[in-house]
Ligand binder design. Sequence first.
Ligand code: DGL
Length: 278
Amino acid sequence: MIENPDLRIGLFDSGVGGLTVLREIYRQLPQESILYFADTARLPYGTRSQEEILQFVREILDWMSVQGVKMIIMACNTSSALALDIVRREYELPILGLILPGARAAVRQGKKIGVIATPATAASNAYRQAIQEIDSTAKVWQVGCPEFVPLIEQNLIYSPYTKEVAQTYLQPLFRKKIDTLVYGCTHYRHLDGVIRSLLPSSVKIIDPAEEIAIAAEKELGLMGLKSNKLPLPTRFCVSGSPRQFAQLSRQWLGCFPKVEKIYLRESSLSSMTLRPIE
Ligand code: DGL
């Protein structure tokens, strides 16, 4: 049982997508201290198998457990869709995912729901299941968008090619006359300007990042783990190049962050004993 409200919240993604969740945490939970991890050496996650994603997620959770966090936020839909249910049974830490908060928000807004996501999240059907469990009359269409994450990570957000690709991915959803669009990948909020320029103004956009921050606040409150001190500076860690991450993320963070390089497997090996024996 974690009892120290001064510990950080661990937040992870494959790359800069999780920064859209971080921004919401800063906005809604400004007193919390954050440990941000981006698995940039192994991105994109969205074209990987469930087995691989599960292994990566376990390595990250093991490492974060050693760092000492009070809660983990999967700022990654792909991990939330493919690994959350499994790892929740393996770790004592509270672990939050994006699918359920995103689904809840979507059914509050509409009945004809489009979800754009990574190929792995779309193929998992996680959003359709979660949405239809809440409202069985809602219609859901999920589109896998394999090119988005590489384009964002290469900082090609404003290239005309990205807009063309977005148009192609959104077209089938336009044909279905959706009333609501879910950003089913945390990276996609970085494309908000491009996507909104293509979308009819009547379509409502759901960003599950906003919802997960609300869920995190509720959960911390229930567990008596809300921080009431000033936050520590966010600790940024990556498995790939710290410089590349710092350069790319600067546009969203408003500063050039200090980024540490982490070797996950070595640290997770030394933390193996922390995983409860089943
Ligand atoms: N940002 C992540 C997500 O929400 C992962 C994207 C990727 O690495 O493919 O799914």
